[in-house]
Each structure stands twice: as C-alpha cells, then as structure tokens.
Design a protein around this ligand. Structure first.
Ligand SMILES: Nc1ncnc2c1ncn2[C@@H]1O[C@H](COP(=O)(O)OP(=O)(O)O)[C@@H](O)[C@H]1O
Ligand SMILES: [Mg+2]
Length: 231
C-alpha cells in the first residue's frame, strides 16, 4: 500500500472574491520508504502540495489517500489523528517554541497524544539522540545554531514515529555545512528506518540526492525524473 496517494487533487484559495488555483490537478504517489524531492519556481504550488500531502489542509477537488484512508471521508479530528500517526512535518523556519528546551519542544506532540510525562521525556531524548543532539536536550532554541534548531525540529517530527517525513525547504535558512548535516540526518532516517522522505528544495544538488525529482510548475506536475538505480 502506498503511504500517500493523490489523484487529480486541486487546491484553490479564495481571497477578496478572487480565486487563485494553486494546484490544478496533481496525481502523485508516495511509496513506503520513498525519497522524493519537489522542485519548481516560487509560487508554483510546492508548499500547497506539501500541506495537502501532510494533511495540514484538504484538497478543493480530487482524492487524497493517506495510509489507505480517503481524507475526504474524515472529520477534522479524525484527520488530525491520521496525520499524527503517519506524518512528521519540518518547516523552513523550524517553528520551535523559543523559550522551551529542546527536550520539551520535541516532547510536545506526545502531550496531545496523551503519552505520560516520563515516557514523553524518554522518547524525546531518543529522538534528539537520533539527530545527534543527545548532548543538547536542555538547551533552548535561542542558544542553538540554525542547523541545531532544524535538527530539533526533525526530532519533533520524528518523535511520533511517522512513516513519512515531509520537509518544506528544510535547508532554506541554513548555510551549506548545516544544510549538509540536516540532509545527512534525513537520509539516514530514510535508509536505516525506512521513513519516506519528501522534501522541497531550491537547490539542484540537494534535489539530485533524491531517488525521484518532481518538478512543479503553475500548479501542475511538469516532469518526474527517476534517479538511475545505484550499480
Ligand atoms: N493561504 C493562501 N491564500 C491565498 N493564496 C495562497 C495561499 N497560499 C498560497 N497561495 C498562492 O498559491 C500559489 C502557490 O503558492 P505556494 O504553494 O506557496 O507556492 P510555492 O511553495 O511553490 O512557492 C501562489 O500563487 C500563492 O500566492
Ligand atoms: Mg513554498
């Protein structure tokens, strides 16, 4: 079963009586253990697509299956539950709580799941270990570099043991060294844990590391390029 399957999804935004067709009919399958990069010009619909794949938003028309379930048949709380079980989301701007320790930032999603405090702390510490931040659990985001903050954000996305990680320009605010470290961690999670990774990037050399490059333009998939099989 595919992790996520979008069939002819569209998303229109309505603002002040004007409609913007951000996605105009996109079909895309994310398989178990996939590693895909989404590229395309600014405004082409990449973030809109990521938000749909991540169940942060719903399609205007079309069908979206996540974990085999049609999101159109789910109410908001069922959709939130499905998202929590299946998907971890990483944002360009990290979106951490600034005055909260790394450990508590990472543990936060487990609060909403009703996990008890001791178990939350244990699992958050493990997730921070997995992003090489086991030595920084008591630090606050304001005391960390951008690369470290993004790794905390990855740990937070990981703590619920999702089968898919969606990352919207995860290296967009990072320098090359920190960007490389973040990419290394995403790739290790993909390889060693089989977590499917879908990321948006502007950088050709980052996209080239994925097994599949999906090019979006004007709300449509313009091309899909598969990487050659490793020999
Ligand atoms: N919340 C929103 N309300 C109205 N228009 C939006 C909203 N989000 C995105 N758009 C519009 O949808 C189009 C696609 O945006 P987006 O998905 O953010 O593109 P990208 O991530 O590729 O830069 C753009 O024209 C953008 O202005
Ligand atoms: Mg975007």
């Amino acid at each position: 079963m595919a992790e996520i399957e979008a069939v002819e999804v569209t998303r229109s935004y309505r603002m002040d009586g004007v409609s913007v067709d951000a996605l105009r009919g996109v079909s895309l399958t994310i398989e178990e253990g996939d590693y895909a990069a989404i590229i395309g010009p600014s405004g082409s619909g990449k973030s809109t697509l990521m938000h749909l794949l991540g169940c942060l938003d719903r399609p205007t028309t079309g069908t979206l299956l996540v974990g085999g379930r049609d999101v159109g048949t789910l109410d908001d709380s069922e959709l939130a539950e499905l998202r929590n079980q299946t998907i971890g989301f990483v944002f360009q701007s990290f979106q951490l709580l600034a005055r909260t320790t790394a450990l508590d930032n990472v543990a936060l999603p487990l609060v909403y799941r009703g996990v008890r405090r001791a178990e939350r702390r244990k699992r958050a510490a493990e997730a921070l270990d997995a992003v090489n931040l086991g030595h920084r659990i008591g630090h606050k985001p304001t005391q960390m570099s951008g690369g470290e903050q993004q790794r905390v954000a990855i740990a937070r996305a990981l703590v619920g043991e999702p089968s898919v990680l969606l990352a919207d320009e995860p290296t967009g605010n990072l320098d090359t060294v920190n960007g490389d470290e973040v990419m290394g961690i995403l790739e290790r999670l993909n390889k060693e844990r089989g977590v499917a990774v879908v990321l948006v990037t502007h950088e050709a050399d980052i996209a080239a590391r994925a097994r599949r490059i999906i090019r979006v333009r004007d709300g449509l998939i313009e091309a899909v390029a598969e990487a050659p099989e490793p020999s």
